[in-house]
Design a protein around this ligand. Structure first.
Ligand code: SAM
Length: 262
């Protein structure tokens, strides 16, 4: 069994973490794409199994905080199989298209988008929902086009987090809201149990259910290399957001960060 180990010492000044390995910046997005290509067909079931269904509550909390309103344009980045988008639209299921929010789901990975699109179609969500493939660090959207920007469990996969945050600010209109749900640092009492779960049980579950232990090892490692709550809040502020704050969920397993486009 592998115990948690600190990331390698950087081998090059511009190296970026991919789990506990340091890789060249130009290699990271391809490696991340490989992870999600590998898990896309089993991604939704694995989320339920791995989190014991908690990811549903975390995502519900994010959408409650967002309070999407009719006519608003929400951009959900790293939207994957559409969990956030479908939660945003569900309460408006019976409303006319003009009386719903409009959601644009963007993700770098075609296979995740394909699963999401099929799922949305099966659930009858077609109008008011757009899908696209792109990198969060270069969004194909005009300045100030969005009332809200959401990203759930995507930020830690970015090669250049400050660049992704700058793009979030660029596409938001002044006064637009930024919400990020991401795995974070657990309270010290929870840490031993959480480490045992992440580094012992998770890869086994990944191997048995998704037939892919490595991708789930990456998940555990990428959580440990992402900035902790306060450090990430500072990065959001540095990107030009105001009134930045966060709320821990489930003892800090996840943090919901929020800010306003000034
Ligand atoms: N938001 C969804 C959810 O909460 O279920 C999916 C989260 S999944 C853990 C992370 C997603 O981030 C994957 O779909 C992956 O393809 C996407 N992703 C990774 N790097 C990205 C990037 N640079 N730009 C856009 N999407 C990216």
């Amino acid at each position: 069994m592998t115990e948690p180990t600190p990331p390698d010492a950087p081998t090059a000044p511009d190296a970026v973490p991919f789990g506990f390995r340091n890789v060249a910046p130009e290699d990271k997005s391809g490696l991340v794409r490989g992870v999600f290509d590998s898990v896309s067909s089993r991604y939704d079931i694995m989320n339920d199994v791995m989190s014991g269904g908690l990811h549903r509550l975390w995502k519900d909390a994010m959408v409650r905080r967002l309070r999407p309103r009719p006519g608003e344009h929400v951009v959900d980045v790293a939207g994957g199989t559409g969990d956030i988008a479908l939660r945003i639209l569900e309460p408006f299921r019976d409303a006319a298209v003009t009386a719903r929010p409009r959601v644009t789901v963007l993700d770098i990975n075609e296979s995740m988008v394909r699963v999401g699109r099929d799922r949305a179609f099966d659930r009858g969500f077609i109008a008011g929902l757009e899908w696209g493939c792109c990198d969060a660090q270069a969004l194909p959207l005009p300045d100030g086009c969005a009332d809200a920007y959401t990203v759930a469990f995507g930020m830690r996969n970015m090669t250049d987090v400050p660049a992704a945050l700058r793009e979030a600010r660029r596409v938001l209109r002044p006064g637009g809201r930024f919400l990020c749900l991401e795995f974070s640092r657990v309270t010290p009492t929870l840490a031993p149990l959480y480490d045992a779960y992440s580094f012992r049980l998770l890869p086994v579950m990944g191997r048995v259910i998704a037939r892919d232990a490595e991708s789930y090892r990456y998940l555990a490692e990428s959580i440990r290399t992402f900035p902790a709550q306060d450090a990430f809040a500072e990065m959001i502020t540095a990107a030009g957001f105001g009134r930045v704050g966060y709320r821990n969920l489930s003892g800090g397993i996840v943090a919901l960060h929020a800010g306003w486009r000034t």
